[in-house]
Design a protein around this ligand. Sequence first.
Ligand code: MV4
Length: 503
Amino acid sequence: MTIEKLLVANRGEIALRIMRTAREMGIQTVAIYSEADRNALHVRYADEAVYVGPAPSSESYLRADIIIDVCKQLNVDAIHPGYGFLSENANFARLVREAGLLFIGPSPESIEVMGSKLAAKAAVATYNIPMVPGTPSAITDRSEAKIISAKIGYPILIKASAGGGGKGMRVVESEADFDEQMDRAVSEAQSAFGDGSVFIEKYVTSPRHVEIQVLGDQHGNIIHLFERECSVQRRHQKVVEEAPSAILTPEIRDAMGRAAVDVARACGYYGAGTVEFIVNDKLDFYFLEMNTRLQVEHPVTEQITGVDLVKQMIYIAEGKPLAIRQEDLEIKGHAVEVRVYAEDPANNFLPDVGTLDTYVRPQGNGVRVDDGFEQGMAIPIYYDPMIAKLITYGDSREEAIQKMIRAIDEYQISGVQTTLPFCRFVMEHDAFRSGQFDTGFVSKYFTPDKLTPAPDVAESELAAVLAAYLLNNTRPNAGRTQQNGENIQVTTQKSNWKANRLR
Ligand code: MV4
């Protein structure tokens, strides 16, 4: 089957990302949009665009029925769900299949198994996958659970089987807290997921988050595309991702890659997927869960492998056998991604949606910006406040980080506060630079007074013009102090007035 027309059931940067590859492959693109996205870039980019409903996602981007109707009306062959929204909804994948359309992703059965952490653990049980010591099934008998917890040793972690991304997790420090935390975990799981099943794991303190990208075809071939490290997180929200990890040895990388392929094999996986591990300070790794979608941070893997993951997903959905063999793949260079959010890092990361009065992207060698906005556009309040993903690529980790700092400094955004100054803080930090960090990085090191604010756009432009004038039309050298013939110091150093105003 060859896909001639593809509908992207998503919005923003990921909708554009997917449509770009589709266009390169000669595939016609269909966008869907809500009331809030009438003028969005993904709508303008697509060959056709269809309005699906009011701004709230429950009335637009989550309307499986409307989306499938649109496909029938426009003779669409396949749907790419992107990430979020309907991407990990097994029922949607099933409806798509029943409508005679291709779902660009795994089977509904794989989504279902991996959507339940307990079902996932059960599925991989026959393979030799390292897992954190814990209960293999949902807790029904509390006194039995306490005996197991005592055996494992406190602290333990109560997790919701239907949870993900840290939702519904409870640390229990000692048996005295067991009942109280268990009550909370069960009621949280019940109200958040409609499923109160919880299980217990040994609590691994200060782990690193390392995930393996896999690709499987519909003929049983599965490969991995190495790891991404996503340990810099804030409240389970990833902030910085990179590939490869700064700490893995070739041997551990290989072992994790093989474990990830086995996890995928255990559920008959096809499509692009991510197998998530935690890694302790001794580099022991443990399988946690599998994400059955294209992830936000997939570009860092694309940069170091040269593989277009969306293109592979499309080929796989068409039934083609994987053309990439494991032995063809190697890591080349290093990539770092930061997520630029419309949030104020000086004010507890409060969302700061508004209009992008100035929006100038960084450019140049080794810089990739995946975004869905242009200058003058408003960031809708209804969706994730991510403005862009800024990705840099270099020969080495150090080079990728230097490029990132340069790119952050070139990025000009006004009208909303952004997490760019926070990302710069991470890039400059010794713990990040040395690779000696874990998932506790942000809470351990970050306080708002550590921010060097982004330059004010108008002021830095004025400073540049002044510098150029004083230097007799020498190009201004931002951030450095220069001396002219008369010994006048001219500096275009970033101003601090924004930070002063905030304090
Ligand atoms: C853990 C853990 C420690 N021990 N499991 C959080 C999100 C979810 N995917 C799994 N998570 C964790 N599971 C055991 N047995 C610590 C975390 C965790 C974490 C994991 C990855 C990235 C960031 C994190 C931040 C806090 C806790």
